[in-house]
Design a binder for this molecule. Sequence first.
Ligand code: NIG
Ligand code: FE
Length: 390
Amino acid sequence: MSSTVITNIASLVTNDPSLGDSSALGLIQDAAVVIDGDRIAWAGESSKAPATDNRVDAGGRAVIPGFVDSHSHLVFAGDRTQEFNARMSGRGYSAGGIRTTVAATRAATDAELEEGLVRYLAEALRQGTTTLETKSGYGLTVEDEARALRIAAAHMDEVTYLGAHIVSPDYADDPAAYVALVTGEMLDACAPHARWIDVFCEQGAFDGDQARAILTAGRAKGLHPRIHANQLSYGPGVQLAVELDAASADHCTHLTDADVDALANSRTVATLLPGAEFSTRAQWPDARRLLDAGVTVALSTDCNPGSSFTSSVPFCIALAVRDMRMTPDEALWSATAGGAQALRRTDLGRLTPGAYADLAILDAPSHVHLAYRPGVPLVSEVWRHGRRVA
Ligand code: NIG
Ligand code: FE
């Protein structure tokens, strides 16, 4: 194992308040970071860096933790350009569009699904994302859900069983029978390949009682809950997430004061997905309201072919800052440490001794440029587990 120092960093985000300026970002100016094997060994002012085998000069650029994108749907086939076009001409978005992708995904070969996943993972990595979570949910049969998870698990650690994305079209007349399948045979086939279980708790998908039954069954098989909650309308999803100690309630676009209070008094992270509101022309989730109430907020892409076909965390940061009233510091924290917390991981999303050496070097002197220069590809180098990968 050899050690490497990245030095001459104008501004380093560690996300460790005990390092640097004692803000949440733990910012250090004129900094260096030392990598030993796949982990961070040291971070601090460059003049104090210990001796190492190798030296990399960051040339006065900024260094941030790699993005932790804790919500995506990358195992799919087909394309929904027409649906997007119709929305941009005034049509609304509904859960029903998922059926189009289900049909295309069922018809695809394993190799086609895997090729797509690998392509989107590489696309995300180039944009600074060093950890991604992804879900099943476009198969909705025992075999198609299990194969989606098998394909995902071959490439990533954070995999989520979402057999309860919508009621399968095959069970349109008998939703209760579909819930029985999702909590029975399908769960048995899927649990070995997943760490998480998720439900789309929404009108047109699953109600609160169905969602509770599904998540509870998953928990009994060792899966941890997370929920698509309160995306398109007010509803029971957020309260259920808190009740079940879900790692995350995702979307959180329509929240009552009681929902916000419940989140603030829980360990459940609110994961905001502004790519979905952008791409469905919906109202923005109110990040400021959540942050001011003391809720922990994560920011993710929700990358999927229907509601948010972007793999770009920098784009989501720019939206969150411009339209969701987050500061650039808050948005960066939420897209790194916040994402890690939404996955209940303490070894990711921070550049502090012992954490994975997952980081991005920006073509900019500060992380603030991610929002200040929207749409500009500022990620110039990506390191994952101690190795340069992009
Ligand atoms: O997170 N909300 C449910 N699922 C996805 C959308 C899936 C689709 O439209 O294909 C989401 O937005
Ligand atoms: Fe989603």
